[in-house]
Design a protein around this ligand. Structure first.
Ligand SMILES: [Zn+2]
Length: 263
């Protein structure tokens, strides 16, 4: 369920990108678990089952299958921060899994199709993020400006709280045996969930891509390392690559290279 506490409109394209963005974050968390210790899921589908907004006209070009909720409550946060909108849209609590999962006999009205697990909660002028098993909260501008990114740091971090992980800020919050750094749950330590090395990405670009280094002086370089990765969600290793150098204004291929694998 997308909770849109913002005066901005949402285009159909933005709504589709929001759904795809959440799908990517969920599956970045779980893709490494496929095949591990009886993990029962493959790719996990993500569906936005409704849009909670203050005004239904904010959902531009609304499609017949799109459900829009326009009830709202008062956001107490607006008392201490007047930049926060007073109106806080809500979806029906009887459809919220977070509010009903403790009752094993609970029956969702209309079946499971409209039930929602979490809120993706956008709030105008919200600083940073907040997360838990109820969902992820961050600013509307942050969400709108990161829709095309493969990994959306704040959403992914807050989703980690949804899976029960703490912030690893303090020693007592960390696993006793330690863990490999970097970790996205230590804010600022990593901007991505599952990377062991610093990476450059150009998702969703395709075709020929390049990285260029400009050095401050002349160096003789005899070796270069590249760490390739793919995530089975759209990022893939290249078919091939070359290393070039600039020779009096002309890009020339390094002669007689050894290696150049893409494993
Ligand atoms: Zn956190």
């Amino acid at each position: 369920m997308v909770r849109w506490q913002s005066p901005k409109n949402l285009t159909l394209e933005q709504r589709r990108k929001i759904e795809a963005m959440i799908h990517r974050q969920v599956n970045h968390w779980t893709s490494a678990l496929i095949g591990y210790d009886g993990w029962p899921y493959g790719e996990i589908p993500v569906k936005v089952v409704g849009w909670a907004v203050a005004d239904a006209s904010q959902i531009l070009d609304r499609q017949p299958d799109e459900i829009v909720y326009t009830d709202y409550i008062f956001d107490d946060l607006s008392r201490t921060d007047p930049r926060i909108p007073e109106k806080l849209p809500i979806a029906p609590s009887e459809l919220s899994r977070f509010e009903n999962f403790r009752n094993p006999n609970y029956s969702y009205p209309g079946g499971l199709d409209k039930r929602f697990d979490m809120y993706l909660w956008a709030t105008e002028s919200f600083g940073g993020g907040a997360g838990g098993d109820w969902g992820q909260r961050q600013s509307d501008d942050y969400i709108l400006s990161t829709l095309d990114l493969d990994q959306v740091t704040i959403v992914a971090h807050e989703l980690g709280h949804g899976f029960g992980l703490p912030d690893f800020y303090q020693d007592h919050e960390c696993p006793p045996g330690g863990f490999p750094l970097p970790t996205i749950m230590w804010a600022g330590n990593s901007s991505t969930i599952d990377r062991r090395y610093p990476v450059y990405g150009n998702w969703p670009e395709t075709g020929v891509q390049w990285v260029q280094y400009t050095f401050d002086q002349h160096y003789t370089i005899v070796q270069s390392d590249v760490y390739w990765f793919k995530d089975n969600l759209g990022i893939d290793v290249p078919n091939s690559y070359r290393i070039l150098y600039l020779n009096r204004g002309q890009w020339e291929e390094v002669g007689g290279p050894v290696g150049l694998g893409t494993k």
